[in-house]
Design a protein around this ligand. Structure first.
Ligand code: HEC
Length: 94
C-alpha cells in the first residue's frame, strides 16, 4: 500500500494533465498508423480533390472511417487522430 499510493497519485496527475492539454498529437499519430492504413494511405490526405475541406469536417471524416472500421475509439482518440492529420497534412486553421 505504501508504494502503491504514490504511484497511483502520479498516474492520476498524469491523466489530469493530459486532459488539460488540448490534443495528444503523438497519440493521434500512432492511432492512425496503427489502424488506418488498410484501405488508404496518406496520399488521400494530400490529393487535389480531397473530400475534407474544414477542421470540423476532418473530425467527422475520421469518425466515419473509424466507425466503418468497427473500432471503438473515444471522442478523445478521434480528436487526437484528426489533429495529427491536420498538423501533418491538412493544415486548416483551428
Ligand atoms: C474500410 C476502409 C477504410 C479504412 C480502414 C479507413 N478509411 Fe478513411 N476513407 C475510406 C474511404 C472509402 C474514403 C473516401 C475516399 C473517397 O471517397 O475518395 C476515406 C477517406 C478518408 C479521409 C478523407 C480524405 C480526403 O479526401 O480528404 C480521411 C481524413 C480518412 N479517410 C481518415 C481515416 C482514418 C483516420 C482512418 C482510421 C481510423 C481511416 N480513414 C481508415 C476508407 C477507409
Amino acid at each position: 500500500m505504501n508504494k502503491i499510493l504514490p504511484t497511483l497519485l502520479t498516474a492520476l496527475l498524469v491523466l489530469a494533465s493530459n486532459q488539460v492539454s488540448a490534443f495528444d498529437v503523438a497519440e493521434g499519430e500512432s492511432l492512425v498508423n496503427g489502424n488506418c492504413t488498410s484501405c488508404h494511405g496518406s496520399e488521400l490526405y494530400t490529393r487535389k480533390n480531397r473530400l475534407v475541406s474544414s477542421r470540423p469536417g476532418l473530425s467527422k471524416q475520421v469518425k466515419r472511417c473509424e466507425l466503418a472500421l468497427g473500432l471503438t475509439w473515444f471522442d478523445e482518440d478521434v480528436e487526437n487522430a484528426a489533429e495529427y492529420l491536420n498538423q501533418r497534412f491538412y493544415r486548416f486553421a483551428k
